[in-house]
Design a protein around this ligand. Structure first.
Ligand code: ADP
Ligand code: MG
Length: 372
């Protein structure tokens, strides 16, 4: 479904194409295909992608393509959670930029003497890779100036959060230009990361590297065959038979979602709806209430699906069969999080059958028939 781009399609400089070739890197990975064109257009991006999918080049290539090599100030700042990672990123980007005349990169990490770091800075690097604590320490001592950067990368944002760097990240946001490009990469999107994106990255493009079917071994998937008009009743039967409480019901349209939510509520179930026309403030409050178990059933459209990062969702219902194949995996991935198992029920009416079969072929999932 995603068209396959080559590095040549991405309009890269001969220097970068050359070093990629020398490194044996042939085709861009999915996150690279998605992030590079956006970042080359100076867009901010929020990218959710599992580890090992090539995120370093995803942000590294656009940064290197846009450096002002004659200028002597810091133009790109890459923050990551650990020293090891900082060194690894520095090494990779050094290789990537080895044919670019005048390209200078330095790492600033804890555990290295201030003198060593002073020497690095004396060479006037345009790119700095750092752990947040050490970076801020050096900014405070006026050893490094980050007030003019074009691009800020937050790599492994969820790990930085786990290590307690969230306030450091907020400080870096405040110390850098308001109109900078931000690229945030994270394997997961916990609440605190979403807060950051909502606060500082309102215009960012979102990239979600879709999960694969084999990444979901813990989700029992079922097909519930029933006439369109009985779908709601079928969901209610399953909820009671399987003793399910906290679930998500996905619909394809805002109107359908509102209707389904109202019907569930009229049957005495605690349901709330989320879709793209609902303002961010209300969305935040609804998600917050859902996390805190204030209601049981979240009825949602795909637009808001990626923001739904709740650990204890017991099951996902596809009231409507998704219009795009990958969305199926995306939806069912809302359950079975944080090591739990989960269930996914797709309500398939007669007219939904071809669509469901297409999804099964494409995603290689094999849901079992469910006997009501
Ligand atoms: P992530 O940050 O997503 O965990 P990395 O950027 O560290 O992943 O990349 C993982 C490995 O894959 C690295 O060794 C990197 O050199 C390699 N790699 C990156 N992009 C490609 C590509 N397009 N093709 C082949 N290998 C790649
Ligand atoms: Mg990485």
């Amino acid at each position: 479904m995603t068209e396959e781009l080559t590095f040549e399609d991405l309009d890269l400089s001969p220097e970068v194409l050359d070093s990629l070739k020398k490194m044996g890197v042939k085709r861009p990975t999915t996150v690279q295909q998605k992030a590079i064109p956006l970042m080359m257009d100076n867009m901010s991006v929020i990218a959710k992608a599992p580890t090992g999918t090539g995120k370093t080049f995803a942000f590294g290539i656009p940064i290197l393509e846009y450096l002002n090599l004659d200028a002597k100030f810091v133009q790109a700042l890459i923050l990551c959670p650990t020293r090891e990672l900082a060194l690894q990123i520095t090494t990779e980007l050094k290789s990537l930029g080895k044919y670019i005349q005048g390209f200078r990169i330095a790492s600033l990490i804890g555990g290295q003497s201030m003198n060593v770091q002073k020497e690095k800075l004396a060479k006037k690097p345009q790119v700095i890779v750092a752990t947040p604590g050490r970076l801020l320490d050096m900014v405070t001592r006026k050893m490094v100036d980050i007030s003019q950067i074009y691009t800020l990368v937050l790599d492994e944002a969820d790990e930085m959060l786990k290590m307690g760097f969230i306030n450091d990240i907020r400080r870096v946001m405040a110390l850098t230009p308001k109109d900078k490009q931000i690229a945030l990469f994270s394997a997961t999107m916990p609440r605190e990361i979403q807060d950051i994106t909502w606060q500082f990255m309102g215009d960012a493009a979102e990239i979600d590297v879709m999960p694969k079917a084999q990444d979901h071994p813990d989700i029992d998937q079922y097909i519930v065959s029933c006439p369109e008009k009985d779908k709601l009743e079928s969901i209610m039967k399953i909820l009671s038979k399987e003793e399910l409480r906290k679930v998500i019901v996905f619909c394809n349209t805002k109107m359908e979602a509102s209707k389904v939510c109202a019907k569930l509520a009229s049957k005495g179930l605690k349901a709330e709806v989320l879709h793209g026309d609902i303002g961010q403030g209300t969305r935040n409050r609804t998600m917050d209430a859902y996390r805190k178990d204030k209601f049981d059933i979240l009825v949602a459209t795909d637009v808001v699906a990626r923001g739904i990062d709740v650990d204890d969702i017991e099951a996902v219902f596809n009231y409507d069969i998704p219009k795009e194949n990958e969305l199926y995996l995306h939806r069912i991935g809302r359950t079975a999080r944080a090591g739990r198992s989960g269930r996914a029920f797709s309500l398939v009416a007669y007219l939904d059958k071809p669509r469901m079969e297409e999804i099964m072929r494409y995603t290689k999932v094999d849901p079992k028939p469910y006997e009501l």
